[in-house]
Design a protein around this ligand. Structure first.
Ligand SMILES: [Zn+2]
Length: 271
């Protein structure tokens, strides 16, 4: 049965730290109320290339967002545009690069700070421009938008884990604490989204390495978790299958009941 989807894109969250520190999300997996996969980020393991691949199902050499500096709007069929084309609504609480990709570029720091009548891919937008935003504000805004506007697709994009990775490194107390903080926020937010009829995906664009960076090919930056929490509670626990980030966009379209664009060639995964 198709329905609404929230994707929580935890910037910089690696697979292993999630398994060790996300007690609430792993609880849902242990109880088979969620399905857990490991997914491979696209190369380079930078943010904007992965934001675009997660939403288009297309690799960077084809979609053209090959670095963080590629600030032009997306020129590919994507989750936001496909959802709007189906007559549904979308929302994003996210770093301003998402507004550039799916609303309009360049980003206007005042006019695009928030909008409720976006005519392009994003209907309801709330954007930040400085990396250091409290994750609690992002998650709470995501809960607020879901309850107020009931968008069919909602992206929530906290940056705290990535910040901690850049400032302190992947082995630091600060990085581990940022992961625990998100898990605690999700323990309050996920039941609320489920109660509003949403299925919830929690994943990341890339992980982090010991040099306080990402971009390369090692498993630590490439492997990230996918927690898929179906609204009906019918998860399947830990799955051994190694996914690709290119599978995420067609999976979301299918879950929304939106026609999967022909450019999204990878197979959807099972929630
Ligand atoms: Zn990132």
């Amino acid at each position: 049965m198709p329905g609404k989807v929230v994707m929580v894109l935890c910037d910089g969250l690696g697979d292993e730290i999630a398994r060790r520190r996300m007690g609430y999300m792993e609880h849902l997996v242990e109880e088979s109320a969620a399905t857990r996969y490991t997914s491979r980020a696209v190369l380079p393991t930078m943010s904007r290339p992965n934001y675009e691949s997660l939403h288009t199902g297309v690799p960077p050499y084809r979609h053209g967002k090959t670095s963080n500096h590629a600030s032009e709007p997306s020129n590919q069929p994507n989750v936001f545009a496909a959802t709007r084309a189906a007559g549904l609504t979308t929302a994003a609480v996210a770093f301003h690069w998402f507004s550039e990709l799916y609303h309009e570029s360049p980003f206007d720091p005042i006019a695009h700070l928030e909008y409720d009548d976006g005519k392009n891919g994003i209907t309801y937008g709330r954007f930040y421009q400085h990396h250091a935003q409290p994750d609690s504000e992002m998650i709470l805004r995501g809960v607020l938008l879901a309850g107020r506007y009931r968008p069919d697709y909602l992206l929530v994009h906290p940056m705290g884990i990535d910040n901690a990775g850049h400032d302190h490194g992947v082995a630091s107390t600060e990085y581990a604490q940022a992961v625990s903080d998100i898990d605690e926020l999700l323990a309050d937010a996920v039941p609320r989204w489920l109660g509003l009829g949403y299925s919830v995906l929690v994943t990341a664009d890339h992980g982090h390495d010991e040099h306080k960076y990402h971009g390369g090919t090692e498993d630590g930056v490439r492997n990230v978790p996918i927690y898929a929490v179906p609204r009906d509670g019918s998860g399947r626990g830990v799955q051994p299958e190694l996914l690709s980030h290119l599978q995420v966009a067609p999976t979301i379209c299918k879950e929304l009941g939106v026609a999967v664009p022909a450019t999204m060639k990878a197979s959807p995964f099972v929630w």
